[in-house]
Design a protein around this ligand. Structure first.
Ligand SMILES: Cc1ncc(COP(=O)(O)OP(=O)(O)O)c(N)n1
Ligand SMILES: Cc1ncsc1CCOP(=O)(O)O
Ligand SMILES: [Mg+2]
Length: 508
């Protein structure tokens, strides 16, 4: 079942949208696409000439064949041509959710209007969608026209987008992605919105002005489905889908005389295709009426580290261990202490700073940025949650370096807004040092993070030991951060030497 995704959708004879787009987009993200076709549309780049809904019997035969042998981890639903089809699909999905050992995740792209402006579904379908299908949907991905059609909310601004999403969730959808390709708010920009578990995510970039955008909606939903099948969190799937579409728009070419298809490419590896994570205080944040953040929260372009490659990075919880690491020639280290009193912290951090200077090493202080500033530390390491509370302006003005933790693509792009001194990716492997449940990234993702963030010094952390150090370094990440691989080693001197050798050893 791993990585099997079904698409239940209409065929587009022009090859740009529908089933044809879905298969190609899913393929680009390394999942296997199975299909159940709901309509045989006759269309080309100029418009839709016929719809030709497939009978419910024929749809059902496709679903039964797949269910027997190729159960899906994620099911993406696209064009449903009439009420009977909506009812049939809803019945089957209810059955899968109740009976399959692992219930499938349902991504519903409520395809209603083709990019040519033609209606693709009968007009009486909206109430059937709300009553039968939405309660079964994990992620719904309408564009702004479809959102208006389903909710009746006229999308005059961000508050209306949120209101419409709330309606979709009140009808049962667990999460909502509203695709902003047709929105033009603010003018000249493309803004997309996602909401899940009470969190809002907004992405934006300048509109890519190309005529060939046919299939962008289907492709975006398909990439989301594929990424969910690969266990990416929705916010990461959202960002990757948007980057994939941006890349496809830039690479699109003319086929036919009208609106040609978005190009189906590959995993986006160029940062230029990625959208901006919109945060309070940014220009787009202001346009979207985000609450203005505290002044001290807005800072970017932190002091640079000595070199791009930080090498073996020892993360320690005592002054004794810090000195042992520095004595063995480690040049990047972090004092990461928890549960100490203010007086203890003051003394520890002062000592850590002195040791760093003595050994000419880059010693970062985890969490305690005020004391790091007070004692003139080399730098501080902060987590994503600290970004809202730490005085980033004071850290920057004091000339301290800033290292930021990231767990996934969304957090990485968010961290990029601050232009930190280095970017850390974790947890790469399971670890017992810290509870990282649901946040294990693995080597495949690290292989994507490191080149995307190649303008920064990069650090990998979490579960790295001698047996894994070389494969981690081979991703191109410039530093390997470890806790237990040093502190729990029977002989820390030889452990440090072996780790140093392992991360400097490239093999194919
Ligand atoms: C190099 C490096 N990367 C990540 C972390 C984790 O920092 P944070 O998210 O602030 O979590 P805690 O360490 O405070 O538990 C780190 N410390 N160092
Ligand atoms: C602090 C931290 N942040 C992400 S994983 C981790 C702990 C890494 O410890 P270890 O190297 O022992 O797995
Ligand atoms: Mg921290």
């Amino acid at each position: 079942m791993t990585n099997v995704v079904w698409t239940i959708a209409g065929s587009d004879s022009g090859g740009g949208a529908g089933i044809q787009a879905d298969i190609k987009a899913m393929q680009s993200f390394g999942v296997h696409a199975c299909t159940a076709i709901t309509a045989l549309t006759a269309q080309n780049s100029l418009g839709v000439e016929a719809i030709n809904a497939v009978s419910t019997d024929i749809i059902e035969s496709q679903l039964l064949a797949l269910e027997k042998d190729m159960k899906a981890k994620v099911i993406k639903i696209g064009m449903l041509a009439n009420v009977q089809q909506i009812q049939l699909i809803s019945e089957h999905i209810s059955h899968y959710k109740a009976k399959w050992p692992t219930p499938p995740v349902i991504v519903y792209d409520p395809v209603a209007i083709a990019s040519s402006g033609d209606l693709l579904t009968e007009e009486d379908t909206v109430s059937a969608i709300k009553e039968c299908l939405l309660p079964l949907v994990d992620v719904i991905t309408p564009n702004t026209h479809e959102t208006q059609l389903l909710t009746g909310v006229y999308l005059i601004g961000p508050a209306a987008i949120k209101e419409a999403a709330s309606k979709l969730m009140a009808w049962g959808a667990k999460a909502v992605v509203i695709k902003g390709g047709h929105w033009d708010y603010p003018s000249g920009y493309c803004i997309d919105y996602c909401t899940q578990n009470g969190e809002d995510y907004w992405l934006g970039n300048e509109k890519i002005q190309v005529p060939h955008s046919h299939g962008t909606g289907c492709s975006m939903a398909s990439v989301i489905a594929a990424c969910l099948a690969k266990d990416y969190p929705l916010k990461d799937a959202f960002i990757l889908a948007k980057a994939y579409i941006n890349q496809g728009l830039k690479k699109s070419v003319r086929y036919g005389e009208g609106i040609g298809p978005v190009a189906q490419t590959q995993f986006p590896t160029d940062l230029a295709h990625y959208p901006q994570v919109i945060e309070p205080g940014s220009w787009l944040g202001d346009e979207l009426d985000f609450d203005v953040p505290l002044d001290f929260n807005m800072a970017a372009d932190f002091a640079a580290c000595e070199s791009k490659k930080l090498g073996l990075y020892g993360v320690v919880d005592s002054i004794e261990w810090l000195e042992k690491c520095l004595q063995q020639g480690i040049k990047t280290a972090q004092l990461r202490v928890k549960n100490k009193t203010q007086n203890e912290l003051d003394e520890l951090i002062a000592k850590a700073v002195t040791l760093g200077e003595q050994y000419n090493a880059q010693v970062f202080i985890n969490d305690y940025w005020q004391l790091a500033i007070k004692h003139g530390a080399y730098g501080v390491h902060l987590g994503q949650e600290d970004l809202e509370s730490a005085n980033l302006v004071a850290i920057k003005e004091a000339g301290l370096r800033l290292g930021l933790s990231t767990h996934g693509f969304y957090e990485m792009l968010r961290a990029h807004n601050y232009r930190p001194s280095y970017m850390a990716f974790g947890a790469i492997y399971p670890t017992t040092t810290k509870d990282m449940t649901g946040q294990i990234q693995g080597l495949e993702k690290l292989n994507k993070f490191a080149p995307l963030m190649q303008s920064y010094p990069t650090v990998a952390i979490g579960g790295i030991d001698l047996s894994r150090a070389t494969e981690v370094a081979n991703t191109g990440v410039g530093s390997v951060a470890v806790v237990r691989a040093i502190s729990e080693a029977p002989d820390h001197v030889s452990a440090i030497r072996s780790l140093q050798t392992a991360i400097n050893t490239k093999h194919d």
